[in-house]
Design a protein around this ligand. Sequence first.
Ligand SMILES: [Ca+2]
Ligand SMILES: [Ca+2]
Length: 119
Amino acid sequence: MASILTIPVSSFYNSYSQAKSQNPLNNMIITKSCPPTKPLSKEELWNHFLKCDADGDQLLTKAELKDAFRKLGAMIPGFRTWEGLRCADGNKDGCVSRDELTNLIQFVHNLQYTSISDK
Ligand SMILES: [Ca+2]
Ligand SMILES: [Ca+2]
């Protein structure tokens, strides 16, 4: 009696799992529903902005900031540069110094960028 019942159940299960693994839609759904959208950490942003100090003078100029925002994937890097300077440039010299960088990182961190392009 038991063997009569188990045969159809297990054969149904086998064909079900086979069909499931062969269905390309399963893989598509998995990749679509799990995009890697973890925002960059403050440490990652800090390193990124230090790297964007192209001439190494410890000051981030407008051009260097604009390049940094572009690499973060900002839609309008010039606008983010203006916002960043307004938020971080305490002495209003148009550049972000090492002391002012903490405020800039706080501002950029809130924008939740998720990746850095190296181009
Ligand atoms: Ca510089
Ligand atoms: Ca400044």
